[in-house]
Ligand binder design. Structure first.
Ligand SMILES: [Fe+2]
Length: 299
């Protein structure tokens, strides 16, 4: 383990309170209190300037996410621009799924019929708190970052509530360090097997919080009770209940933002919801989503 990984790991070591408290103080001081603080104006996401790159990175360093807002680019290939933007932050290893396009980017739009209509992202229904790809196997397929680009918003609704998972970690550790120990257990949360054609997977047990090889904190979570089997260990049960309560808020560090056309969210797979929306078939909602095994470079 190199020095930076050793330092990062010490922050999340329950026996090293000193390093943690200094980090905690800085995180809470720097955390944005308003969604507007996340937003960076960008001329063209396909061709970032150094200053634009720096402004995005500064926000991701503070709170693991940023929102860009780009001038309208009629006729431009948005997916190619999204890929160029991702590459500028070292995001290259795409977690493609069977519903993604060939380039590994998933168009999210309402499907009223067909195979996608059965999946909640393709409906107008709300999606509860989660991190993306929580069902992936660890560590090789852990989703470390997500990019969401809005081509066209819904007629109404469809905002995201957002929370930096490091803030949730702090809230839990403040309440009871035993929550953290329980959530780092390798059997804390099991994703049941899926037998569906094209989406088959084995039961996937794993921790909620874990450290990657660089010592960075990662989180996998879903609040959808039917998608997950929690350990029946009383400490895990209590920690899972604490997460649900904390995410229900209120918390001044839970932000809400509705992506407008030309806006996008980049982040180290932060906790988020999707609020319900109503779609106008004459001007359908369309978002492009890309998930990566890479963390935002330099964050
Ligand atoms: Fe998501």
């Amino acid at each position: 383990m190199n020095a930076s990984a050793a330092y990062l790991s010490s922050l999340f070591d329950l026996s090293d309170q000193q390093a943690y408290l200094a980090w905690r103080e800085r995180k809470l001081t720097e955390a944005p209190r308003r969604a507007a603080d996340l937003v960076v104006e960008i001329e063209d996401i396909g061709r970032l300037s150094e200053a634009e790159h720096g402004a995005i990175l500064q926000r991701v360093r503070r709170c693991n996410m940023a929102v860009y807002q780009e001038a309208p680019k009629p006729g431009r290939d948005d997916k190619a621009a999204v890929q160029a933007f991702a590459r500028a932050f070292g995001l290259e290893r795409l977690d493609a799924n069977v519903l993604a396009d060939e380039d590994g980017i998933t168009p999210l739009a309402v499907h009223r019929e067909g195979s996608r209509a059965r999946y909640i992202p393709y409906t107008e229904r709300p999606i509860a708190w989660h991190t993306d790809g929580y069902y992936n196997t660890l560590p090789e397929r852990a989703v470390r970052s997500v990019l969401l680009h809005c081509v066209n918003p819904a007629a109404a609704g469809g905002a995201n509530r957002l929370m930096d998972y490091e803030i949730l970690y702090i809230r839990l550790r403040d309440e009871d360090p035993a929550h953290i120990a329980a959530l780092m257990r390798p059997d804390a949360m099991t994703i049941p097997p899926n037998a569906e054609e094209g989406l088959e997977r084995q039961a996937t047990p794993g921790p909620v919080f874990f450290l990657d090889r660089g010592g960075n904190l990662c989180m996998r979570y879903t609040a959808r009770a039917r998608n997950v089997v929690w350990s029946d260990d009383p400490a895990v049960v209590a920690a899972a209940a604490a997460i649900r309560r904390l995410l229900d808020g209120p918390d001044e560090l839970i932000l809400q933002h509705r992506l407008a056309a030309g806006q996008g969210l980049i982040g180290n797979n932060v906790l988020h919801t999707r609020e319900p929306f109503s779609d106008d078939p004459a001007s359908p909602r369309l978002l492009y989503r890309a998930r990566f095994y890479d963390r935002v470079a330099g964050s």
